[in-house]
Design a protein around this ligand. Structure first.
Ligand SMILES: Nc1ncnc2c1ncn2[C@@H]1O[C@H](COP(=O)(O)OP(=O)(O)O)[C@@H](O)[C@H]1O
Ligand SMILES: Nc1ccn([C@H]2C[C@H](O)[C@@H](COP(=O)(O)OP(=O)(O)O)O2)c(=O)n1
Length: 690
C-alpha cells in the first residue's frame, strides 16, 4: 500500500495483463456467519483479509466454531466448522467487533435468537452507529436485548429469548435506514423456522436492494430458500435448516472491478502483438474473481461500460475487457444513464466520460451526496481541474471532456478520504496530453483495496522515458544512500542502491578467490551477469538464500567494490540489472554514474558531497552503531583513496553530470538535505505543491 502524502502517476500508455481482485467484504462476512451457523464444515476460498473479517473470525472462534488456519493466508482456503444451529445452554462471551457493522448487526440477531449471555462491544465509533430498529424487530419475537450505553446503540447485552408469546404475526423491520437490519433478520430467523413459516415485513421503502439480493443468494447456497414477495415481504419456510454447501468461493468486489473494466476500455493493449491474449490478436485486461455469475448489483457496471464502447467478454468468475476499434467504441460513446442500480461503480463512468465523444450525463445519483464525502461535488471539482466542463445538480452530474489534447491540465487530485475518488481518478493518467496525475492521500484506498495502485501498475505500461528517475550521485559517505531511501519513501518510488551491486560483485569475486583486477575482468563480469541478487521490502540484500546485508557494508567490501567497479566489462554487465529498476511509479537511484551514464535523461540529478573529514566522521559513527569497529584516521585515508580511484578511473568516473545540482551536506542535517531534494523535485512538477 502507498502511504505517501501523494502519489504521482506518470502518463500511462497501454494496459495488458491479469489482475486478481480482493474478495468482497459484504460477501466475506455473510459467508463466515452462515458457515458458522451451519451443520458441517465449509471450505471458504478467497476470503477477504481485512479488519472487519478479522473481528468476525475472532468472534466465531469464541462461539466455539473450529477455524483453520487461524488467520487468512493468501491463496489458501479457510475451513469453518459450524455450530449446527445451536449453542450450548451455558454459552457466554464478550465479543469485540471493532467498527464492523457487517459483524455487529448479523451476529446480534443470530445470538439473540440462539440465546446465551453475550456482550456485544466495539470501538467508540461503533457506539454511534444505530442498531435500535434491529433490536425492536428482534424484541417482537421475544429476544432479550439490553442497551449497556445509549438507548438505540451498542454496546449490547444479550440474554435468553422467550419465544412463548411469539405467534404468527409478521416481524416488522424498517427498510429505509440500513438494509443491514433486514439482512441480519434474514440470516438469524431461519434458526427459529423449525415448525412454522416466519414472515418479515419491510416498513417503508427498502433501500439498497442489491445488498438484500446478495443475502438471499447466499442463504440459498446454505440451504435456506426465502420467498421474496416484491421486496416488501420475505417468507422463511417452515423446516428451514442451515446446511453447509461444503465449499464456497467469495467473489471479488464488483465495484473494485469497475476500475479495471474502465482501464481495459480506455487503454490500448501492448504494442507488441506477440503478447496478444488470443488468436484474434485482441490485447486486453483479464479480471479474475468476479464475472457473469456474480450476485453483486455492481456487476451491471459491465452494461454501462459496454454502452460506452468497452469490448467485454465474460465467464462465470472472470471478465476480459478491451478497447473498441477506432470509430467503434473508441473514442468512448457519451451516455445518458440512470445510475440508481450501480451507485458506487458509476463514479468510474464519470472518469470514463473524459474519454468520450460528447457530453455524458449520470442521473439519479443523489445518494452520492451522503457517502464518504459529497461525491457529486467532489467529482465535479476534480474533473474540472483536469480540464473538463462539468455541470452538477442535486442528483445528477454532466461531464464534457476537454475539447482538445491541449485543453487537458495536469492536476493534483484531492481525494476527500474517499477510496473511490482515488481509484477512479487514477484512470486520468491515460490522458492524450500525456500529463502526469497526482493522487493525494493514496492510502485512502485501504478501505476496500489496499493494494489498488500496485495492482494498477502491474498491468499498465508506459514509455521508459516517462517513468521519472531521481539520481543521487556522490562520493562515499556523502549520505547518498540515506537521502535516496528517504526521498524514495516520501514519493513511493522504487530504490536502486547501485553501489550494493558492485559490493555484491566484489564479495562474490573475492569469495571465489579471484584477484580483483584486469586479469579476472571477464570472469568477474560473467559472475556479475548471473548473480541471484534480490532486494526485499526491508531493503535487505540477498545473494541466493543468504542475507548479505551486513557482509557488504564493511569498509573492505567498499574497497573491493571500488576495485571491481573500475573494470569496464563488470560495469557493462551490471547495466541491464540497473535499468530494470526503472519501474512505475518512479525510481530514486544512488551511486556514482546514475546521472552521467545509466539514466542520462533523468529529470533530476543531484550531486551530493561533504568534506572528507565530515564524511569520515559520519562513516565512523555509522560503523560503530552497526557494531563494526573502526578508526577515524584509517577511515579518512581509505575514503580519500576510494574517492581518488572512483574519480580517476577511465570508465564512468565519479563526477557531477553537466545538468546535476550540487549539494554540499557538510553543514546540513539529513532532514534538510531530504527537504532540498524534494523541493527541487516539486519545482519540476506541473502541479505545484499538494
Ligand atoms: N546530512 C547529513 N548529516 C549528518 N549525517 C548524515 C547526513 N547524511 C547522511 N548522514 C549519515 O552519514 C552516514 C553515511 O551515509 P550513507 O547514506 O551511508 O552515505 P553513502 O551512501 O553516500 O555512502 C549515515 O550514517 C547517515 O545517517
Ligand atoms: N554507480 C556506482 C555505484 C558504486 N560504484 C562503486 C564505487 C564505490 O566506491 C563502490 C561502493 O559504492 P557505494 O555507493 O556502496 O559506496 P558508499 O556507500 O558510497 O561508500 O562501488 C560505482 O562505481 N558506480
Amino acid at each position: 500500500m502507498f502511504t505517501t502524502e501523494f502519489l504521482d502517476l506518470p502518463a500511462l500508455d497501454t494496459a495488458h495483463g491479469t489482475v486478481s481482485l480482493p474478495g468482497s467484504k459484504s460477501i466475506s462476512n455473510r459467508v463466515l456467519l452462515l458457515a458458522a451457523l451451519s451443520q458441517g464444515t465449509t471450505v471458504i476460498h478467497d476470503l477477504l483479509d481485512s479488519d472487519d473479517t478479522r473481528v468476525m473470525l475472532a468472534a466465531l472462534r469464541q462461539l466455539g466454531c473450529r477455524i483453520a488456519p487461524d488467520a487468512v493466508v493468501p491463496g489458501q482456503a479457510i475451513e469453518v466448522t459450524g455450530i449446527g444451529g445451536q449453542l450450548p445452554a451455558d454459552a457466554a462471551a464478550t465479543l469485540f467487533l471493532g467498527n464492523a457493522g457487517t459483524a455487529m448487526r448479523p451476529l446480534t440477531a443470530a445470538l439473540a435468537v440462539l440465546g446465551g449471555s453475550f456482550e456485544m462491544t466495539g470501538v467508540p465509533r461503533m457506539y454511534e452507529r444505530p442498531i435500535g430498529d434491529l433490536v425492536d424487530a428482534l424484541r417482537q419475537l421475544g429476544c432479550r436485548i439490553a442497551y449497556l450505553g445509549n438507548e438505540g446503540f451498542p454496546p449490547l447485552k444479550i440474554g435468553r429469548p422467550d419465544f412463548s408469546r411469539f405467534g404468527q404475526a409478521p416481524i416488522q423491520v424498517r427498510g429505509d435506514v440500513s438494509s443491514q437490519f433486514l439482512t441480519s433478520l434474514l440470516m438469524a430467523l431461519p434458526l427459529q423456522a423449525g415448525s412454522r413459516d416466519i414472515v418479515i415485513e419491510v416498513v417503508g421503502e427498502l433501500i439498497s436492494r442489491p445488498y438484500i439480493h446478495i443475502t438471499l443468494e447466499l442463504l440459498a447456497r446454505f440451504g435456506i430458500a426465502v420467498k421474496n414477495e416484491n421486496w416488501q415481504r420475505f417468507v422463511i419456510p417452515a423446516g428451514s435448516r442451515y446446511r453447509s454447501p461444503g465449499e464456497i468461493h467469495v467473489e471479488a468486489d464488483a465495484s473494485s472491478a469497475s476500475y479495471f473494466i474502465a482501464l481495459g476500455a480506455i487503454a490500448t493493449g501492448m504494442a507488441d502483438t506477440a503478447d496478444a491474449d488470443n488468436a484474434t490478436g485482441r490485447k486486453s485486461i483479464r479480471i479474475l474473481g468476479v464475472g457473469r455469475d456474480s450476485i453483486q448489483g455492481d456487476i451491471r457496471f459491465v452494461e454501462a461500460a459496454r454502452a460506452m464502447g468497452a469490448q467485454v467478454e465474460s465467464g462465470p468468475n472472470w471478465l476480459q475487457v478491451a478497447r473498441g476499434e477506432p470509430g467503434q467504441g473508441w473514442p468512448l460513446k457519451a451516455i445518458d444513464l440512470d445510475c440508481n442500480h450501480i451507485p458506487d461503480a458509476a463514479m468510474t463512468l464519470a472518469v470514463m466520460a473524459l474519454y468520450a465523444d460528447g457530453t455524458t450525463t449520470l442521473r439519479n445519483i443523489a445518494s452520492w451526496r451522503v457517502k464518504e464525502t459529497d461525491r457529486i461535488a467532489a467529482m465535479a471539482i476534480e474533473l474540472r481541474k483536469l480540464g473538463a466542463t462539468v455541470e452538477e445538480g442535486p442528483d445528477y452530474i454532466r461531464i464534457t471532456p476537454p475539447a482538445s489534447r491541449a485543453d487537458w491540465k495536469a492536476a493534483s487530485i484531492h481525494t476527500y478520504d474517499d477510496h473511490r475518488v482515488a481509484m477512479c481518478f487514477s484512470l486520468a493518467a491515460f490522458n492524450p496530453a500525456k500529463l502526469p496525475v497526482r493522487i493525494e492521500d493514496p492510502k485512502c484506498v485501504a478501505k476496500t483495496f489496499p493494494d489498488y495502485f500496485e495492482a494498477l501498475f502491474s498491468v499498465c505500461q508506459t514509455e521508459r522515458e516517462r517513468i521519472p528517475v531521481i539520481c543521487i550521485d556522490g562520493p562515499t559517505a556523502s549520505g547518498k544512500g540515506t537521502i535516496a531511501a528517504e526521498v524514495a519513501r516520501a514519493l513511493g518510488y522504487q530504490l536502486l542502491d547501485s553501489g550494493a551491486l558492485y559490493r555484491i560483485t566484489g564479495l562474490a569475486a573475492s569469495r571465489a578467490g579471484l584477484a580483483l583486477d584486469e586479469s579476472n575482468e571477464e570472469t568477474i563480469a560473467e559472475m556479475a551477469l548471473d548473480m541471484p541478487v534480490r532486494f526485499d521490502a526491508q531493503q535487505r540484500v540477498w545473494l541466493g538464500d543468504e542475507d548479505i546485508s551486513l557482509a557488504i557494508r564493511s569498509e573492505q567490501a567498499g574497497m573491493n567494490a571500488s576495485r571491481v567497479s573500475a573494470l569496464p566489462a563488470v560495469r557493462s554487465a551490471l547495466v541491464d540489472l540497473q535499468l530494470a529498476f526503472q519501474t512505475l511509479p518512479g525510481l530514486v537511484a544512488d551511486g556514482r554514474d546514475m546521472g552521467t551514464v545509466i539514466f542520462p535523461h533523468a529529470p533530476l540529478k543531484v550531486y551530493l558531497s561533504a568534506s572528507a573529514q565530515c564524511r569520515a566522521e559520519r562513516r565512523y559513527k555509522q560503523l560503530i552503531s552497526k557494531g563494526i569497529s573502526a578508526n577515524i584516521s584509517t577511515l579518512l585515508a581509505d575514503l580519500e583513496a576510494r574517492d581518488a580511484r572512483d574519480m580517476q578511473r577511465a570508465t564512468a568516473p565519479l563526477k557531477p553530470a553537466e545538468d546535476a545540482l550540487l549539494l554540499d551536506s557538510s553543514e546540513l542535517t539529513i532532514e534538510q538535505v531530504v527537504a532540498q531534494v524534494l523541493s527541487w523535485w516539486q519545482e519540476r512538477q506541473p502541479f505545484g505543491r499538494a
